[in-house]
Ligand binder design. Structure first.
Ligand SMILES: C[S@@+](CC[C@H](N)C(=O)[O-])C[C@H]1O[C@@H](n2cnc3c(N)ncnc32)[C@H](O)[C@@H]1O
Length: 251
């Protein structure tokens, strides 16, 4: 990002729950556990994990930037404490209604929460303005999740917690302008990157799992027909794959 700063952080941190058995795992598709916050952290460690991430995101974002972070109902306290320690205000709490229940022994989970924190007191971009711009939005977001029928079910094969691109696209349109920077430090399968590209915004992302970086690049290239390029030498992803296949690679 060099000296540039994000206007919006839009991300989905791991929830500190085991993926298999909690998020998915009852069907045919199995995924490995996330490397961090996959149920191994204590309450205090998880708060610290979120707080450290929020501080870093805040330092790479503008005054008045909005920080959208998804979380499940079990960790309302953790994210609230971490958010309060870093940000200046909580401007809203949105509920993603997935339409269909996922895992859960009594009540199946059909929602996730999206906490919207703000850095600083400077006013933020608001493209909704009570419907003035033709956008009618509420803090309940209805978008089918991966457990719904149809094409979204396919998404589960890529990653255990894929967010609908349409939902992220709408959130980006709500609070940024064309060309603004969106940051996602838990990129997963790249849903926010794809949403940002569709909205003509610039997305910077971080993902620690090589497999999901590949998933993101392939997904992005398939949709936009744009080659991913490695910055340090200008080689395309497909060129690097060819080199890997032929054994002609040093890194
Ligand atoms: C909940 S998923 C994000 C899914 C994403 N929203 C999507 O639609 O695909 C969280 C992601 O964060 C990654 N992750 C966990 N800890 C991380 C860390 N310390 N740094 C970077 N990525 C991390 C995991 O590998 C996982 O892919």
């Amino acid at each position: 990002m060099q000296t540039q700063k994000a206007k919006m952080v839009l991300q989905d941190p791991p929830f500190n729950v085991a993926i298999n058995g909690h998020v998915c795992g009852s069907g045919k598709t199995k995924h490995k556990e996330f490397a961090f916050a996959s149920g191994e952290m204590t309450d205090d460690q998880f708060i610290k994990f979120l707080e450290t991430n929020f501080r870093l995101c805040a330092s790479f974002s503008q005054e008045g930037s909005l920080h959208y972070n998804f979380m499940d109902w079990r960790h309302i306290l953790h994210i609230s404490v971490a958010g309060k320690n870093v940000f200046d205000s909580l401007i809203n709490l949105c509920v993603w209604n997935k339409g269909t229940g996922g895992m859960g022994s009594c009540y199946r989970s059909a929602h996730e929460l999206c906490f919207i924190f703000k850095k600083g007191n400077k006013s933020h971009t608001n493209n909704v303005e009570l419907g003035k711009n033709g956008r009618y939005r509420t803090n309940v977001w209805n978008y089918p999740g991966v457990n719904s029928f149809g094409r979204h079910r396919q998404d589960l094969k890529m990653h255990p917690t894929v967010k609908p691109v349409e939902m992220l696209y709408d959130a980006i349109l709500d609070v940024t302008k064309r060309g603004d920077l969106v940051l996602d430090s838990f990129l997963g399968s790249g849903s926010s990157l794809i949403a940002a590209e569709k909205a003509h915004r610039i997305c910077y992302g971080i993902e620690c799992e090589m497999l999901y970086i590949d998933t993101t690049i392939r997904r992005f290239q398939n949709i936009f027909k744009i080659d991913a390029v490695r910055e340090k030498d200008g080689k395309t992803y497909n060129q690097l794959l060819e080199e890997l296949k032929s054994g002609d690679t040093h890194d």
